[in-house]
Design a protein around this ligand. Structure first.
Ligand code: BTN
Length: 264
């Protein structure tokens, strides 16, 4: 797989010399964090055919079946303070949508803040983990993990996920080259590594366009409060209006949401 991905990457792609492929690993994010801690450069990429401990946001697990999906973690070194890169997860979601559209000719939508959605079901997600330079607010590195369901049929998902999860094959009826998808994602993440801060507005504009949550009735978790999603600000925080008319700003670490009538 690694050779195939390399053959599809452009000659000038900065990730070419720092691709790590595992047949099986616990979590590509954990592998990438270890590499980053030991000084691996920006644009290093960890990928795996299978994860035994794939992780999602809010302590959830991410089902990572053998050879059925994209499981990739990418090291970003944005050279900025934490507040300046709060839009990182959103920008990565946009980059993932761009890559999927270029290879599969379908564009997922984004459920705030990090879920990729096709046909109102979860296609995948992003997990961002940040490390800060001690006693400063400067980012040392961020690891962005992307998981995308590619080849599963509906029955392949665990029973509790069957009504809310989908895959590229399940949605389109077609099977796509995972190597092509890996390469398209890596190319876009390398661009993001350079343009995260200077093209912030462009990423946010695309995010707001793709965000399926805006304008919807949502339930805030874990408190189960119903609200209307209003807008996303420059830190990718979500403004919602509660039933009593008050407006609340939600940041990603604090809460997640689900739709009133279902997952989206
Ligand atoms: C979510 O659904 O909340 C995010 C899912 C992120 C899954 C990806 S798969 C590659 C990387 N390694 C992990 O353990 N998680 C991310």
């Amino acid at each position: 797989m690694k050779e195939q991905i390399l053959s599809l990457l452009s000659a000038e792609c900065p990730a070419r010399d720092t691709l790590y492929w595992f047949d099986s690993t616990d979590s590509t994010n954990d592998r990438a964090k270890l590499l980053a801690k030991n000084g691996a450069p920006a644009c290093s990429v960890v990928m795996a055919n299978h994860q035994t401990n794939g992780r999602g946001r809010m302590g959830r697990s991410f089902v990572s079946d053998d050879g059925a999906g994209i499981y990739l973690s990418f090291i970003v070194r944005p050279d900025c303070c934490v507040n300046a890169c709060m839009h990182l997860t959103g920008a990565v979601a946009v980059a993932a949508c761009d890559a999927i559209e270029s290879v599969c000719a379908v564009r997922p939508q984004i459920k705030w803040i990090n879920d990729l959605i096709l046909g109102n079901k979860k296609l995948g997600g992003i997990l961002t983990e940040l490390s800060v330079v001690m006693n400063t607010d400067r980012v040392d590195y961020a690891v962005v993990g992307i998981g995308i369901n590619c080849d599963q049929w509906q029955n392949d998902f665990p029973e509790n996920l069957q009504s809310i999860a989908t895959s590229l094959r399940n949605y389109t009826g077609k099977s796509f080259s995972r190597a092509a998808l890996y390469a398209a994602i890596i190319e876009r993440l390398c661009i993001l590594q350079k343009s995260l801060i200077c093209n912030k507005e462009d990423y946010l504009q695309s995010y707001r366009r793709d965000c399926i949550t805006l304008g919807k009735q949502v339930v805030l978790l874990p408190d189960e409060i119903t609200a209307t999603a209003l807008s996303v600000d420059e830190e990718c925080a979500l403004f919602v209006r509660l039933a009593d008319g008050t407006v609340r700003r939600i940041i990603s670490g604090e809460a997640s949401i689900r739709g009133v009538g279902g997952y989206v």
